[in-house]
Design a binder for this molecule. Structure first.
Ligand SMILES: Nc1ncnc2c1ncn2[C@@H]1O[C@H](COP(=O)(O)OP(=O)(O)OP(=O)(O)O)[C@@H](O)[C@H]1O
Ligand SMILES: [Mg+2]
Length: 308
């Protein structure tokens, strides 16, 4: 059981929510293999089904069909054991307001059967920058502090896999960078990380693997590097001396001219920039400057969602 390749393995998972008059396909034949030791991102817009999947792992949502294994343990056959393998940081900041951080962590440790001498509540709070607040009532904590407290809570039983549902939603830029740093550190120390996000930047910054989903369906699933190479498009801008009519030969490059700037996009593996420059020369179009830029995950994401 300890010898497994995938920390999370989902096969043909479906979830249909029955609302009064209609059915919602929250997940449709969802498959995922999260490699042990990776940082894996589930990226998708609101309502994509990200939390539905995360909550299945913790037993809060029951799947309609399909199978899921956590660290090789089937969640239906051995739900209790499977849950000890993971720590989940929920999307909602639901914290009992009348407990202090240290009390909450001790309580959680007790729930997971961590012996008192093995608990590391103080250390975890310190690592998350909550040492000063450890004896304050949770209701007095700011949103960012609550988010960190939820992460602390998920770490109490030292799980193999940490699952974070929108870890940096509503978190300021500095704290976001700190959390990324901390997540990377946990991963370096051997923890597998699975996070959901609708921030493309977060997925691009942090994840080794990304599954993009929309409306319950997987649109694309690959390594981040492959995804970034997927649309091998490059954008180039020429700064012109004046506005020109666009030559016919440039239309295939989605050319546009605005404020003396000619913008084109081309497949970097198929088209040599020289061809474009030759067309400009043939048409006596004078340019003063060229700049090119590689499309990033955001362009790919928008493209994929648009083509759905
Ligand atoms: N308890 C529920 N009852 C009925 N429908 C639900 C329930 N929970 C979620 N849904 C629906 O299932 C779909 C997926 O929701 P889910 O919360 O999984 O999306 P998400 O990707 O986490 O979105 P967000 O980025 O907003 O958190 C949505 O259409 C949502 O309205
Ligand atoms: Mg969600």
């Amino acid at each position: 059981m300890s010898d497994y390749k995938f920390s999370i393995e989902a096969i043909k998972v479906n979830k249909i929510y029955n609302k009064k008059d209609k059915k919602i396909d929250a997940l449709n034949n969802f498959n995922i293999n999260i490699k042990k030791g990776s940082i894996y991102g589930l990226l998708g817009p609101n309502g994509a089904g990200k939390s539905t999947f995360i909550n299945m792992l913790g037993g809060l949502v029951l799947k309609t069909s399909g199978s899921i294994k956590i660290c090789g343990v089937d969640i239906d056959k051995n739900s209790k054991l499977s849950r000890t393998k993971i720590g989940i940081v929920p999307q909602e900041l639901n914290i009992d307001p009348f407990f202090t951080p240290i009390e909450l962590l001790e309580l959680q440790g007790g729930l997971y059967g961590v012996e008192k001498k093995n608990r590391k509540s103080e250390e975890i709070l310190f690592n998350l920058g909550l040492a000063e607040q450890k004896n304050s009532y949770a209701r007095t904590l700011s949103g960012g502090m609550r988010r960190r407290l939820l992460i602390a809570k998920a770490l109490v039983h030292n799980p193999d896999v940490l699952i974070l549902d929108e870890p940096t939603a509503g978190v300021d830029v500095e704290l976001r960078k700190n959390l990324w740093h901390y997540i990377r550190k946990l991963n370096k120390n051997g923890m597998t990380i699975c996070l959901t996000t609708h921030y493309i930047e977060e997925a691009q910054e942090l994840c080794d693997y990304i599954t993009i989903l929309n409306k319950g369906k997987i649109i694309k699933s690959d390594t981040k590097i492959n995804l970034l190479n997927l649309i091998g498009k490059k954008t180039v801008r020429f700064i012109l001396d004046k506005n020109y009519p666009i030559p016919n030969k440039l239309e295939v490059y989605e050319a546009s001219i605005k404020n003396k700037i000619l913008t084109l996009s081309y497949e970097k593996n198929k088209v040599d920039l020289k061809i474009i420059i030759n067309i400009l020369n043939e048409n006596n179009i004078i340019f003063k400057e060229i700049d090119t830029y590689e499309n990033d995950l955001e362009d790919i994401f928008i493209d994929l969602i648009k083509n759905e």
